[in-house]
Design a protein around this ligand. Structure first.
Ligand code: CTP
Length: 428
């Protein structure tokens, strides 16, 4: 797991309760720590039947807590007995209970406070995320459902459970959601009051495919990495995100609404039908520009000395969006990419003008460490006011953050003309 700037130095309290899924909480603690978060783990007594505090302190490098009744005497954790729970709860940016048993869910829902986790939960004022794990029959019980509904009504985010086979052999809803998906949901909860809270963002990602016959297609080298990073960055900043994506091998951020498409025409239809009320559209996808005029219904057999395939242009999605925006006003901010191999700035500026964009992200796809398939990218942001901001070689996550900072400034200007956004100073 790589470092995630958004999670760096966030205080996360992880409550672990007595379920066989507790071993997965060790992976969750480990991945959060590797991402840069400070993870304090509280184990209930039942949790310690499945995993030990040492498993957690070994991966977090911090003490793991089990009881209210002993003084934590050493190191950073030194706190008098009666305030361990207050200290943990107060400094937390987020409390996540994973796995959460029916018993702990009931305690959280009703305010019972008879162990360190339930007491810390009452002292905490941060977002609460609960990842239930229990046998399917138990999860469906009306009492559990009522308790979860009560927590949700109070603002808690309930993640899962997922469907699958449980320890009892039953198959149904009851398995804890996998650790990396839980991290996706934690990011959503942590970012909920971020600079894009209440905004709706549409991101496109990946290549498209244009069929030649049932076994062949035309495509390009896009992997979707930059688009998926943009979707995650928008979620981290509090936006509601729709991700329209061509075929990729990437896992989508769990709290995005994902629309899978194959061809450029399908991507165009998906973008246009999701455009209403959108504040920001970022077209990071690399749609195929040409398609075979007619796809053969049968596999084209080899044998001919040469094969000619007639190609026709596909529709330009950004052009369609620009036309629609002239009438509807949506999206408020329109961002495109310019994948170039020569004359980067001139070509990108021409695309900005032709497609009536607010920002074009100029991407020299031949530069070292930049463009298709890399985890890094070197881009220059050009805007409709003539601004040109070259960025250094950055991770695709950091590129996404820089793009959204610029987008936020434009949104702010459009909402309150004449007033400068407070973030303006941080752009580079
Ligand atoms: N784009 C689009 N519809 C297409 C092709 C591209 O909306 N059919 C969008 C891309 O998502 C990107 C921008 O247009 O945001 C520029 O894409 P790019 O491939 O750099 O340029 P093209 O417009 O295809 O022009 P050219 O191939 O001549 O560089």
């Amino acid at each position: 797991m790589e470092r995630v700037p958004f999670l760096e130095d966030k205080h996360i309290v992880l409550g672990v309760t007595g379920s066989v899924a507790a071993y997965k909480a060790v992976i969750l603690a480990s991945h959060l720590t590797q991402a840069g978060a400070l993870v304090d783990v509280i184990l209930t007594e039942a949790a310690q039947r499945f995993v030990t505090p040492l498993s957690f302190s070994a991966v977090t490098g911090r003490p793991a807590y089990t009881t209210m009744w002993e003084t934590m005497e050493t190191g950073e954790a030194a706190m008098p007995v009666h305030i361990v729970h207050v200290g943990l709860g107060e400094k937390a940016d987020l409390l996540v209970v994973a796995p959460a048993t029916a018993n702990t869910i009931a305690k959280l829902a009703h305010g019972l406070a008879d162990d360190l986790l339930s007491v810390a939960a009452l002292a905490a004022r941060c977002p609460l995320v609960v990842a239930p794990a229990m046998d399917a029959g138990m999860f469906e019980h009306p009492t559990v459902q009522e308790n979860l509904a009560r927590l949700e009504a109070r603002g808690a985010l309930i993640v899962g459970p997922a469907e699958g086979r449980m320890a009892s052999g039953l198959v149904g809803y009851g398995r804890m959601v996998e650790p990396d998906a839980i991290i996706g949901h934690l990011r959503r909860a942590l970012g909920q009051s971020g600079p894009l809270a209440g905004r709706r963002v549409l991101v496109t990602a990946g290549p498209t495919r244009e069929s030649m016959d049932p076994v062949r297609f035309i495509t390009n080298w896009s992997t979707g990495k930059q688009g998926f990073a943009l979707a995650q960055s928008a979620l981290d900043r509090g936006a509601e995100v729709t991700l329209v994506t061509g075929p990729t091998n990437l896992a989508a951020p769990p709290s995005a609404k994902v629309v899978n498409v194959t061809s450029t025409e399908e991507m165009r239809a998906a973008v246009l039908s999701n455009l209403e009320g959108i504040d920001v559209l970022v077209m990071a996808a690399a749609p195929a520009d040409y398609r075979p005029v007619s796809a053969s219904a049968q596999k084209i057999k080899k044998g001919a000395a040469d094969l000619h395939v007639d190609l026709a242009p596909t529709p330009d999605i950004l052009m369609s969006v620009s036309k629609q925006r002239a009438q509807s006003g949506w999206p408020k901010v329109l961002v495109g990419f310019a994948a170039e191999t020569e004359n980067l700035i001139e070509n990108a500026r021409a695309k900005l003008n032709r497609k009536e964009l607010d920002i074009v992200v100029a991407n020299d796809v031949t530069a070292a460490g930049s463009g298709f398939a890399y985890d890094t990218n070197r881009v220059t942001l050009l805007d409709y006011m003539g601004g040109v901001a070259p960025l250094p070689l950055l991770s695709k996550a950091a590129v996404s953050d820089a793009i959204f900072k610029r987008i936020e400034m434009i949104l702010h200007e459009r909402d309150q003309p004449g007033i400068t956004a407070p973030e303006e100073a941080d752009l580079e």
